[in-house]
Design a protein around this ligand. Structure first.
Ligand code: SF4
Length: 319
């Protein structure tokens, strides 16, 4: 029997191997039961869209934002929370995390941010707060405000969009920040001991497999708390759509993406929580690749590849 101990995790090749450390598993360990995220749309904007950093946003940006779009439909945050709590409680969930997903959720005056995040007090079943934003939208005062929720006992994490560590790629996709900007925001959050989940995208224009894996290996060195993997997809009406329609961009194949994620996971520390293995989009909203609308198929393929090749998270990780 081959056994290997990695940071307290027993890896037993003769028994069922844990392929990666999923968010569900992490939350179950932390709260003793399943915890559901409530997707919230606070109606905030983004400095890369309103002219502060740039206009039009990243070339792949969905002008509708990546969330529910409920704010534009006139639903207040309180109404959104109540709506989802009703739905999820019927599905027997008892604990929830308020998840601010659309656009940049630290991009507003401090008082406004406090008012928004205070939604956690609406219902005692809300046990945590998750906030998606850009790395250049964090400053000392925001970090202190975020910390205050952690100090009140809420489980808190911040999701920072990096997408790639390569500045030439960040420039090409009109990201409006550099890798150094990311490090600044990241380090500020870590100074306050706030968990950070990093978003990366595979398949960005001009990136080779080696470049994509270099991003993962660099994040592994930082021992990031969590990661979300995305495959680049072409949203109708985005700048990427123009490139794609002119034949200047070829989306990744599903097999390639799945193999890449399977390999990427081996470079990450076993303690990094995997929040997402693949992005998901509705077929009717995108031009390509259409396989991103079949998320479970992609996840199953990643798992199958990992089992077949005997890969697991942390296998190639070195401190
Ligand atoms: S940072 Fe996010 S919201 Fe802002 S333009 Fe880029 S993808 Fe869109």
């Amino acid at each position: 029997m081959v056994e290997k101990i990695i940071k307290g995790f027993t890896i037993n090749f003769m028994k069922k191997q844990r392929l990666y450390y999923s968010l569900n598993e992490f939350l179950k360990e932390k709260f003793g039961e399943k915890v559901k995220k409530i997707p919230l749309d606070a109606g905030l904007s983004c400095p890369n869209r309103d002219g502060t950093k740039g206009y039009g946003g990243c070339i792949y940006c969905d002008p509708k934002g990546s969330g529910t779009g409920l704010f534009k439909e006139g639903k207040s945050l309180e109404e959104q929370v109540k709506l989802f709590l009703e739905i999820f409680k019927k599905k027997k969930f008892k604990k929830f995390i308020a998840y601010f997903q659309s656009f940049c959720n630290t991009y507003a005056p401090l008082e406004k941010l406090k008012e928004i995040y205070d939604i956690v007090y609406l219902d005692p079943s809300i046990v945590g707060l998750a906030i998606g934003t850009r790395p250049d939208c964090i400053d000392e005062n925001i970090a202190k405000l975020l910390k205050s929720y952690q100090e009140k006992g809420y489980y808190l994490w911040i999701e920072l969009g990096l997408q790639s560590m390569h500045n030439q790629t960040l420039k090409l996709i009109n990201r409006g920040h550099t890798f150094e900007d990311f490090l600044q925001g990241y380090n500020l959050l870590k100074k306050y001991d706030i968990p950070v989940v990093v978003h990366i995208i595979f398949g960005l224009p001009g990136e080779t497999k080696e470049m994509m894996l270099e991003t993962v290996k660099t994040l592994a060195k930082l021992k990031i708390d969590g990661i979300k993997f995305h495959a680049l997809y072409i949203v109708k009406g985005s700048k990427m759509a123009e490139l794609y329609l002119k034949g200047k961009y070829n989306p990744l194949e599903m097999e390639f993406y799945a193999n890449l994620v399977a390999e990427a996971l081996t470079y990450l520390p076993p303690t990094t929580v995997i929040h997402r293995l693949c992005s998901e989009a509705r077929k009717e909203d995108i031009l390509a690749p259409l396989w991103v609308s079949r998320k479970m198929e992609v996840i199953n393929l990643i798992r199958k590849i990992m089992s077949k090749k005997e890969l697991y998270q942390g296998k190639n990780y070195t401190e």
